[in-house]
Design a protein around this ligand. Sequence first.
Ligand code: ATP
Ligand code: MG
Length: 552
Amino acid sequence: MSEGVLNPVTNFIRDIVRADIDEGRHTSVVTRFPPEPNGYLHIGHAKSICLNFSIAEEFGGRCHLRFDDTNPIKEEQEYIDAIQRDVRWLGFDWGEELYFASDYFEQLYEWAEHLIKNGDAYVDDQTANEIRENRGTLTTPGLNSPHRKRAPEENLNLFRRMRAGEFPNGARVLRAKIDMSSGNINLRDPVLYRIIHTAHPRTGTKWCIYPNYDFAHGQSDAIEGITHSFCTLEFEDHRPLYDWLLGRLPVPAFPRQYEFARLNLSFTIMSKRFLIRLVRDGHVSGWDDPRMPTLAGMRRRGIPPEAIRDFIRRCGVARAIGITELAMLDACVREYLNKIAPRYMAVLRPLKVVIENYPDGEGEMLEAVNNPEDSAAGLRQVPFSRELYIEQDDFMENPPKKFFRLSPGKEIRLRYAYFITCREVLKNSAGEVIELRCTYDPETKGGNAPDGRKVKATLHWVSAPHAKVSEVRLYNPLFTQPDPGANDNPIANLNSKSVEVVPNAQLEPALDMTAPGEIMQFERLGYFCRDPDEGLIFNRTVGLRDSYAKAR
Ligand code: ATP
Ligand code: MG
């Protein structure tokens, strides 16, 4: 990607790689993005993707996409497909470098036997509960398994029988023989293989034992010749195990692992375990619900990949853990869309306006600017007529002093059209305003008065007989709390107003011609995206100002 995703901001990861190249420890750089296909990618993954691909690009190396598909219970082909789609959409290309940890199962198995033969691993018959109980705590050492002293031949025999499917799930595991009193709990004889009689999306029923993450990850990096293995800080305590294994196996390379702080966003939970729950329990319409922090959800909401990359670049890469404001992502989206989004007029909550002195049955086309930030975007024609809609909240019958929009006797400008003055307010039997009778000044066509008089407000509008009716969905954060993950039950913090459906929006007719997925600005309201699947429906990507959400 030519923009160099992390340029010109430097960070400690770049410095490490730069020094390795400058000082001759490496001649080329190989990184990888290693998702587990147990859910869709979220904005946190975007940080890892941008980091790995941009480091490879900057130093003329390559970045692999490797699926860490070692747990068939949780992994699905749907996720494998979605992850590839989303990495590509974000703007990155792994070329031919697509790998699966499952492609290494045979090699990993051989290396497990290698450990056993050298007395570095043993088969344990304890139950999962016993293993957990005997692991000890941060302050107390663990207890050696009664099977820890098994001879290598017996271990080898049992391990081969595990592979052959002789034992049920959970009957035995293979463990590394390290140190049950290590201060690092990851080194207290970690489990390397477990029995899982479940078909795998790629290897089918070939295997009934599967390596766990810690055994597969480092060795997969080594097989692929990864020079720099970047991961988030929670794996820092796994690094000694990663290095322990690499140091005892005849691996072709010794990748170094470096950790950085994961991305956290306010009003957002990113754990896949939690996101799956939202999907399965129907709190959202799916992984691509526009409220989800997934890349698929963001795409559906109209957030462009350029804005996500810009956001990630601004977040930087460091080891300090923090929470980034969701408002910062919104700001990046606005800044990008302001430059590229064509403008249209749409009225979400219509109030009818009749221009009494405009000839009945007539109409005209007026010129509107497609994008004031981009002169090449040109002009379009918008129909005007005697009957219009404006927003209900652009009118007040008894306005406070600072309300400059329409009220009885007040003159305002209709964007690209005329000055109008409100003459009369019509109400229904409930006392609600249902129609305004106004007059226009034909001399103000285009929105300027020849006598130079000014108005304080410019309103958007739609011609009633020409309007297209559509549903518009206004999205707000999924949670009411800035740190929903801090709560024991984040579900309780779900925002009941995370989507407001506006059923009867009136659109200028050109919006009917937009394509599914197209992004635009509705003047004065925000950026919107035509839903990719559901017909003439628009999703609000983001409001025009930060204060917008708070003010409503
Ligand atoms: P989750 O915690 O959401 O379930 P995960 O770490 O289990 O995510 P993986 O598929 O294993 O998901 O992640 C692939 C890569 O993305 C890993 O290298 C992981 O460190 C990185 N990653 C995951 N979440 C974040 C995040 N919030 N910020 C930065 N990188 C992340
Ligand atoms: Mg993980």
